[in-house]
Design a protein around this ligand. Sequence first.
Ligand code: ADP
Ligand code: MG
Length: 376
Amino acid sequence: MRVDYNVPLGDNGTIQDDRRIRETIPTITYLIEKRAKIILVSHLGRPKKKEKELRMDEVGKRLSQLLGKPVKKVDDCIGEKVGNAIDGMKDGDIVLLENVRFYPEEEKNDENFARALSLNADVYVNDSFGTAHRAHASTAGVTKFLPAVAGFLMEKEMNYLGKLITDPKHPFTVVVGGAKVSDKIGLIESFIGKASEICIGGGMAFTFLRAKGYAVGKSKVEPEKIDVAKSLIEKAKKAGLDIELPVDVVASERLEDTALHKVVRADEIPQEWMGVDIGPETAKNFARIIKNSATVFWNGPMGVYEIPSFSVGTMQVALAMTACPGVTVVGGGDIAAAIEKMGYADKVTHVSTGGGAALEFLSGENLPGIAALLDK
Ligand code: ADP
Ligand code: MG
């Protein structure tokens, strides 16, 4: 069973957020009930060599606590150690393999490595939506050697995210923020013609404001994407909707919590200052739209949320999400972490465990980790 236990780690290797582990419990519990022997495999972080702090031991301990059941961690992914551990398993036992990216063959989707991974199993279950956009040995390669099916988390992600593109209840609002326009073009394009409203905040809003001819001081702008922003605004207009941009922003002298900052009109950012958050009027506008929606999808923070002084806009949009009576879905690595940290993760309908995978899925791309599964 491929899981996504790529959890955020603190400085001393402690798990900062175990949501991705918790989300796999339904599939694991089901397999235990069916008397399967469960072999779990995941990656963790971006190992260059076999870094000690990227071993799966802490993850195994946390999973064991959550399940109230022993989880045997094996210090390898293939070979004799693994074979021996699996030989000793009884029905319902759980083995967790080592960080699969300790092998460079994983990301190369090496066929021999995929075969070695599949050697001890009868069935492959993919419950790792977060890596479904990667064709790696443990996400795609193994499906050549084993019957491959989706786990319940994978199914849940496909249902919630799939519904956003196939059959969203209207009014349907899409809120996009975060760092770069270039990361989100496909997402915005895919929702033009489907969404009733598109609200844009975060760093990427400033490229859109530039496209409208505003001077934005030292705000983050992608000059080569100004034309793309212009054409997205045009396309949206043709589809009958005005992209909602910030009317006011928080401008700051520097990217520091204690830096001098103030609320200004979106077209009045001082030349030497940068936009770091949406302003209160914008937040109120976005919140009103969200609360009146039957479906909302939100990706990307509204400001530099890591800095408390610039996290207010993101917080206000999050609050509006919790007050919306419709279906509320949050997807994106940073925004999922922010929602979790604010304590609102259980107050929205669904927080996707996929960052890049959710974006690609919603942009209408075929994800190799999903395409490789049987329709079962
Ligand atoms: P997600 O992971 O949710 O898709 P992104 O990765 O696109 O979001 O963007 C998150 C990053 O965007 C955060 O690190 C945040 O600090 C940054 N960001 C948001 N607003 C601004 C801004 N106004 N200026 C600079 N960076 C911003
Ligand atoms: Mg991110």
